[in-house]
Design a protein around this ligand. Structure first.
Ligand code: MG
Length: 402
């Protein structure tokens, strides 16, 4: 198979660093995107460690699934004993050539693979995220999912556990097809239709990757954005294949009886996947209930803001006064206003944290306080940084940045 590639990665408009990583390894026909998560430099280290381990495993002739399992081990080993890296994890979506006209995708987390075929985009991977699992269960509509505050919770990632459940997808391809790997910084900013239109209208894969990242940035760039495009320039011909060149291999048609002999590795693997998904079906409701409870409490604790004070300065806190179940309020914004400069009534208001609500409500109240101050010299300096996952509590699921 002859392949052309394009790649682009950007930290976006809000993040201080780029925790995404990607791989283009033409020698081994291996392509991947990883989106790291974790405090300090954890996210960056996790995604790069996974990508490097994946590359090394492939270079020593491992298949895709065991290579991803080795990448999982590598992330865990790297984090062990380093408090700065504890709890780090990463998604990975990797692609390789598995037949004359077939690609194989291995996938963990909420990065994505899309196929562009005849100008039409389809998504190849399922997100391993709480929101998408709720949606698949029919408990959220796609519209609700899009605005859901817990979008960032992934239910599978490398680095979380000794075992990792890799989703595998076999993708028959034809000449001219494009497979695009991307981090959620692309799919959270652009609708599938916009991705389709950009990918279809830009014939050069490199320029297409750049245009997609540019569009996600223009739409707000809330997260790191990474796109890898693998374009099939020509599929290989198999012996006896000439008459149907371009047709996908009839993978599912010539299958033996359902009770396949053990020498049918593909079927064995599928049966194993089916057993695994059976176990997941049993466990999922329990995990979902726990996840929803944790999510709702976290959402309640983090959705609200209040105006309080710290060291005689008026500050806006995010959270609930006193905290809820380990979610302690954090300072969202300092104001430079001295509590002592305020009229008595306002001082009491601030000291009892009595102004609560949205960030806008809190900021309006602060603006009023500003006018009440007896001095005019103080100016308000606000720094609203994107929240990182450093202060987030660990739960049974793994949480990425906002
Ligand atoms: Mg991301």
């Amino acid at each position: 198979m002859r392949i052309a590639t394009g790649r682009a990665s950007d930290q976006g408009q809000l993040r201080a660093n780029n925790e995404d990583a990607f791989l283009i390894d033409d020698d081994h026909s291996l392509y991947a995107v990883a989106d790291g998560m974790g405090g300090h430099r954890g996210g960056e280290v996790a995604s790069r460690t996974a990508i490097e381990a994946l590359r090394a495993a492939f270079a020593s002739n491992r298949d895709l699934e065991p290579a991803i399992e080795l990448a999982n081990t590598a992330v865990r080993t790297r984090a062990a004993g380093d408090p700065n890296l504890e709890g780090m994890g990463t998604t990975v979506t990797a692609l390789t050539v598995s037949g004359p006209h077939e690609l194989l995708i291995g996938h963990v987390g909420d990065s994505r693979a899309y196929l562009l075929h005849d100008g039409e985009l389809s998504r190849l991977t399922e997100d391993h995220s709480l929101v998408e699992e709720l949606m698949r269960d029919g408990r959220l509509t796609p519209e609700q999912a899009e605005a859901h505050p817990q979008r960032a919770i992934v239910t599978r990632a490398l680095g979380v556990d000794d075992d990792v459940d890799v989703a595998l997808y076999r993708v028959p391809v034809e000449t001219g097809d494009r497979v695009m790997l991307s981090s959620d910084g692309l799919s959270d900013m652009l609708r599938d239709r916009e991705i389709e239109s950009i990918a279809r209208n830009e014939p050069d894969p490199q320029r297409a990757a750049e245009a997609l990242v540019h569009a996600a940035n223009a739409a707000g760039g809330h997260d790191n954005i990474t796109v890898v495009i693998v374009e099939v320039l020509a599929v290989d011909n198999e012996p006896g294949d000439a008459a149907i060149a371009g047709e996908p291999a009839p993978d599912g048609e010539a299958e033996p009886e359902p009770d396949a002999a053990p020498e049918q590795p593909q079927r064995a693997r599928r049966t194993r996947l089916r057993t695994l998904s059976g176990a997941i079906l049993v466990l999922l409701p329990v995990l979902l209930i726990v996840g929803i409870a944790v999510g709702v409490i976290g959402w309640y604790a983090r959705k609200s803001y209040f105006v309080g004070q710290q060291n005689n300065e008026v500050v806006i806190y995010q959270g609930v006064p006193g905290g809820v179940l380990g979610w302690d309020p954090t300072i969202e914004q300092r104001t430079g206003i001295k509590v002592a400069d305020l009229p008595q009534l306002s001082q009491e208001h601030v000291q009892t944290n009595s102004t609560r609500g949205s960030l806008a409500t809190a900021q309006e109240y602060v603006a009023r306080l500003q006018n009440e101050t007896t001095t005019t010299s103080t100016s308000t300096t606000t720094t609203t940084r994107p929240r990182t996952s450093t202060t987030r509590p660990r739960t049974t699921t793994t949480r990425k940045g906002p």
